[in-house]
Design a protein. Structure first.
Ligand SMILES: N[C@@H](CCC(=O)N[C@@H](CS)C(=O)NCC(=O)O)C(=O)O
Length: 216
């Protein structure tokens, strides 16, 4: 039995998409950042940082999206990851972990544009800097899958690019990569059961304008 604790638009979308690619039956438990459910003792036992994704797979709990993707591929869908020693293994591992390089920038941008509500808590410098860094980090992506054929590394990265377009104009390669990912039927099924948007309510969050010279 597989149970996934999920918040719409969050990193748990990666796992939802992977489950749809795999086709294994699963139970989807919709959670919210706006109540205390992710801080309950039951959830903290599954996910000590009180975050999503969290998953139970036949009694085994996991709560890091990269680890979950790899574990799901190993258990249910070996074609979604190059095996140890295979030709594309290094590129696969690189892609799977590079997704969290994007993830850190996206988290920072999300904090400053959305989570921090009052203007004095936000940093325009961080917003501009992280947007620029994200755009540069996206330049190495696409249009090909990162490890020869589609793999869970593309799920991890594809989700990053999906979010990145809310903060930056995607470079051409990344835009083509996302278009290819979004055309997958499993991606579309995952999107259909993602749930009510609760983090990103706008399509685009532009970096704040730079103040004129001499105004700080
Ligand atoms: N490295 C973790 C990060 C998980 C994570 O940060 N999840 C966010 C949603 S994208 C979360 O649950 N945040 C709630 C909080 O920080 O309280 C992973 O890849 O699964």
């Amino acid at each position: 039995m597989i149970r996934l604790w999920h918040v719409a638009q969050s990193r748990s979308f990666r796992v939802l998409w992977a489950l749809e690619e795999i086709g294994a039956p699963y139970e989807l438990i919709h959670c919210s950042f706006f109540d205390t459910s992710l801080r309950s003792p039951e959830h903290l036992a599954r996910a000590p940082a009180g975050r999503v994704p969290a998953i139970e797979i036949d009694g085994q709990s996991l709560c890091e999206s990269g680890a979950i993707l790899l574990y799901l591929a190993e258990c249910f869908a070996p074609h979604l990851r190059p095996a140890e020693g295979a030709a594309h293994r290094a590129a696969f591992l690189q892609g799977l972990h590079y997704a969290e390089t994007l993830g850190a920038m996206l988290s920072n941008l999300t904090q400053h544009h959305i989570v921090l509500r009052s203007a004095e808590m936000r940093s325009a410098t961080v917003m501009r800097l992280e947007a620029r860094r994200l755009e540069n980090a996206l330049r190495s992506l696409g249009p090909e899958w990162v490890a020869g054929s589609f793999s869970v590394a593309d799920i991890a990265l594809g989700y990053g690019v999906l979010l990145a377009q809310r903060f930056v104009a995607l470079p051409d390669g990344a835009a083509a990569y996302l278009a290819q990912a979004a055309a997958r039927p499993a991606f579309q099924r995952a999107l259909a059961c993602d749930g009510q948007a609760q983090i990103y309510l706008r399509d685009f969050y532009p970096p704040p304008e730079k103040p004129p010279e001499g105004r700080g």
